[in-house]
Design a protein around this ligand. Sequence first.
Ligand code: NAD
Length: 480
Amino acid sequence: MTVHRNFIGGEWIAASDAAPDINPSDLSDVVGEYARATRKQAETAIAAAKAAFPVFVHSTPQARADALKQIGDEILARKEELGRLLSREEGKPLADGIAEVTRAAQVFTFFSGEALRLAGEKIASIRPGVEVEMTREPLGVVALITPWNFPAAIPAWKIAPALAYGNCVVFKPADLVPATAHALAEIIARAGLPAGVFNLVMGRGSEIGDVLLTHDDVAAISFTGSVSTGRKVAQAAVTAAKMKKVQLEMGGKNPLVVLDDADLALAVETAANGAFYQTGQRCTASSRLIVTAGIHDRFVEALTARTKSLVVDDALKPGTQIGPVVDEGQLEQDLRYLAIGKDEGARLHWGGERLNREHQGFYLQPALFVGVDNGMRIAREEIFGPVAAVIRVQDYDEALAVANDTEFGLSSGICTTSLKHATHFKRHSEAGMAMVNLPTAGVDYHVPFGGRKASSYGAREQGRYAVEFFTSVKTSYALA
Ligand code: NAD
């Protein structure tokens, strides 16, 4: 089998080590063999990016806009094929795979326009005859480290703004999903960027990660992943000899509040989508369903029926609504938390069984716990699987207090027909994103994305706000 190589300094470079990329829907299906970069190769990628920067920093906005537009156009033109590849390696249903690839294309196209719109400011000086202006400049070499659950969209929303503003990139995707990253790198490699501006280093974070985190020539790190890895990234970035700018997007334990006055059918659909779609493997998943007493029993009954109806099967099979868990390690974690929930005294109302399908894969029935207390581990720790916890509360005030009682603060939601409560919730939710009658997962690409508390650190991602992280402000004074 051909081994797919890393892209370093404009060349496709082989490595001595490679790993198979396994389809979680069918463990006999090897998507491909992917090279694992050595530490030396990660250093070479950083050196190539550093060497390319003095030229790329002075590239025209038009040149960068054209390259990003070309990348977006090719991704969009190949969305069916790339969506299939993504679903095959990650396990999300094909429609979701295609939708995610479409999103990646939209992100590149959006930042193609942003490259042209980068503006500065001029302001009157407090001193006579002096002119003051503020401009934005790229940072230099940026390391982009991404998780496995959005193999196309998250790389796109880091790579596109990095390049739009003139940075040089070393991209390290999660080792579970190299195929989508490699396909993306092939498209970027064809976009006419100078050699070294974009580099792909595939491999384990535990093996090559610290090269990216500690190297003197890396100016900034944008990371998305778990809280535990994020903390290591932050620590390394600020204790490195040359401190680095750092941006972290991490986990969530996102609450969806359902009030007595909610539209029941809409609330059930919102909860089922937020909790179980994409196998619950979204940082914005609704893992805590906080339900007021008057609607609680009707909601649980209707959500149970909806959960039972969800089709769990091969990601590529027509009709599949929930694909497999991504790998054995994640499946074990999900099963461990199911046992922890039962031990803590929560009632597993439905689901949580391993399932057999035509091919051997990591299939798990979506699981609904009821009688959950917000102090239990299943209500406090991110499980990252198709497991939702229903927490019964008396009224809106208690619901809001429970929603905010978490170390996380990524996304939150409320289902209600009360304008008063919807407005109050938007103002008082301690999360970076608040949704009314919408799932906690599912966002637009032209507006900021990010959280508070342990969920996020540093500047926001996406939309025009991405400029805050990927540029540095210069204030220039001149005596006219
Ligand atoms: P992870 O933390 O295990 O890995 C993320 C990335 O970090 C991978 O590329 C990995 O190889 C790399 N890495 C691991 N150890 C490293 C090290 N020592 N140095 C440098 N890099 C290292 O996370 P994951 O399992 O891939 O993804 C799931 C997590 O991501 C969940 O916690 C989820 O909530 C989070 N996530 C957050 C967002 C968000 O925007 N907030 C979005 C998607 C996923």
